[in-house]
Design a protein around this ligand. Structure first.
Ligand code: NAI
Length: 302
């Protein structure tokens, strides 16, 4: 009777087992927050070496969270980290584990062919109730979903870097996404302690559709010689109340990433002027000045 009580208390359709495919910057963060919020997580990547590295970075990140959360309670902090880690299993063979999943979140390389191969393979092996989601920043969710037979159980879950700190999740529905699927993704985002927003499957969803053209406009302003990088950044921080200026932010995001997104959109939507490429940006990327991660972009870092 007790077990019946507990099983009804876990709502129908509730997401318990989560598979995160891709254990890089984003996947590791998604796995971490899912584990902290009591989900059972299977983290997938191509090699065990990558997975070992990812688990180490998750452990470090959990340690930082625990330190803030538990202050002087070293034992509590330790338990928080160990408990979360114990909920994550790693594998290079998603097929072996996908039979158990309620939700699969894909955070692999931003390449439509690679994503298609992954989704069409796993679609056949996953249980019929399982929901598939992509964390893509720049590819249409509908195009990714097109190779599966579960477009009604497909959506976008777009997280922000660093995942453990950034509160927002954009929940994207394609025309086939059912209300039940959408609600489950929305609810799951809340369970992670995030604030979900609903958006349609349009380039850049909400945040990047507004942010990336803004970054490009700042770069074009610099290109025209209208103002210096420092003054553009100071102006937007002090005049618009933004925590970072656009050029600092472009350096932080990575100039290669910024270029990749704008080039993809420009190719698809050549008439949208704010998606036009920028020469300065192309030149910096060609010279491997990619921003903070390489020590130089619009600014120098040491
Ligand atoms: P990343 O390069 O840090 O990680 C990607 C990981 O996927 C790598 O560890 C790679 O080994 C693994 N991988 C590649 N192909 C795989 C496959 N077939 N099976 C299993 N694992 C595979 O990339 P990052 O930055 O984490 O981005 C991942 C996705 O998240 C992309 O779709 C990107 O557009 C999106 N995204 C990125 C954000 C960012 O700020 N970096 C923000 C929001 C979304």
């Amino acid at each position: 009777a007790l077990s019946a009580f507990f099983s009804t208390s876990s709502r129908r359709g509730a997401i318990k087992n989560v598979m995160v495919v891709g254990s890089g910057l984003m996947g590791a963060g998604i796995a971490q927050v899912a584990a902290v919020t009591n989900h059972q997580v299977t983290l997938v990547d191509q090699t065990n070496a990558i997975l070992t590295k990812s688990m180490r970075s998750i452990e470090k990140s959990l340690g930082r969270v625990a330190k803030k959360k538990f202050q002087d309670d070293a034992e509590g902090a330790n338990k928080f980290v160990t408990d979360a880690l114990s909920r994550i299993t790693v594998t290079t063979e998603p097929h072996s584990a996908v039979g158990e999943v309620d939700l699969l979140v894909e955070a692999i390389v931003e390449n439509i062919r690679v994503k298609h191969k992954l989704f069409s393979d796993l679609d056949k092996a996953a249980p019929s109730h399982a929901i598939f989601a992509s964390n893509t920043s720049s590819l249409p969710i509908g195009e990714i979903a097109s190779v599966t037979n579960r477009k009604d159980r497909f959506g976008g879950l777009h997280f922000f870097n660093p995942v453990p700190l950034m509160k927002l999740v954009e929940v994207i529905r394609i025309s086939e996404t059912t209300d039940e699927t959408f609600d489950a993704l929305f609810q799951f985002s809340k369970e992670l302690g995030k604030v979900p927003v609903a958006c349609r499957d349009t380039p850049g969803f909400i945040v990047n559709r507004l942010l990336v053209p803004y970054l490009l406009e700042a770069i074009r302003m610099l290109e025209r010689g209208d103002a210096s990088a420092k003054d553009i950044d100071t102006a937007m921080k002090l005049g618009a109340g933004y925590p970072m200026g656009p050029l600092e932010l472009a350096d932080y995001v990575g100039l290669d990433t910024t270029k990749f997104i704008i080039d993809g959109w420009h190719e698809k939507y050549p008439d949208v002027q704010v998606f036009n490429p920028s020469e300065i940006l192309n030149d910096l990327v060609a010279r491997e000045k990619l921003g903070k991660k390489t020590g130089e972009g619009f600014y120098k870092y040491d």
